[in-house]
Design a binder for this molecule. Structure first.
Ligand code: PRP
Length: 208
């Protein structure tokens, strides 16, 4: 039988995802010394893990290149791909928030320039409040934008809050809570149903 392909992120969820799969009974030891490899066979080919950039996990799952993936709800909200979100894995807890310099709190309702890695989420959030904004897409280190005067605020994930504090920024508004999610390709869910249900149930039992 063909193995189950699993898409994992190389970023902040990597450690938690590998820990979870290990607890669910998959020998993930090849992933411990990964070097620059991106594809790993686990458990004698029963599983194959592909390491992806977080934003690419939903794309790979939607296209069926991987059968199942672990990714943050932030990425799912931003990408809106056609896939099944089957489990809240309860780790990778953080918040999506609007942040900026403290003095902005008073005139927060003016036309705002917003830097973010999440243009769709930011657009939707401010539209829902009827607030007029200009969104400037960034690839990372978003905190720099208000510091350097590129934008008034950012929309980004806040986990410990250390990055904001280190750069003199504060949370102005919380948008939503975020955790890691288990997502499944819609065709694989039918064609590899037995194997996937077994895996999902093993993961569900160990997800805190
Ligand atoms: C995320 C986010 C913040 C930081 C928040 O960046 O964009 O910069 O983590 O975490 P904290 O509240 O614990 O400080 P990430 O580390 O994913 O890197 P990136 O900026 O390259 O996307």
């Amino acid at each position: 039988m063909e193995g189950i392909k699993i898409g994992l992120t190389k970023g902040r969820l990597a450690e938690g995802a590998i820990e979870l799969l290990t607890k669910a009974g998959i020998d993930c030891s090849p992933l411990e010394e990964k070097g620059r490899r991106l594809v790993f066979d686990l458990d004698n080919g029963r599983f194959q893990v592909i390491l992806l950039k977080a934003a690419d996990v939903p794309t790979y799952v939607e296209h069926g290149v991987v059968d199942i993936g672990i990714v943050g709800k932030d990425v799912l909200l931003e990408e809106e791909k056609q896939l099944y979100e089957v489990l809240d894995l309860k780790f990778g807890k953080c918040k999506l928030a609007v942040a900026g310099k403290t003095h902005l709190q008073e005139n927060f309702n003016k036309h705002l320039r917003v830097a973010t890695k999440y243009p769709n989420i930011a657009k939707g959030y401010f539209a829902s409040k009827g607030q007029s904004v200009e969104i400037i897409k960034q690839e990372g280190s978003v905190e720099l934008a208000p510091l350097m005067g590129l934008t008034d605020v950012i929309v980004d994930i806040v986990e410990t809050g250390k990055t904001l504090r280190a750069n003199g920024l504060v949370v102005l508004e919380e948008i939503t809570d975020i955790t890691a999610r288990l997502v499944v390709n819609r065709v694989s869910y039918k064609t590899k149903n037995e194997g996937l249900l077994k895996l999902i149930s093993a993961i569900e039992k160990v997800a805190i």
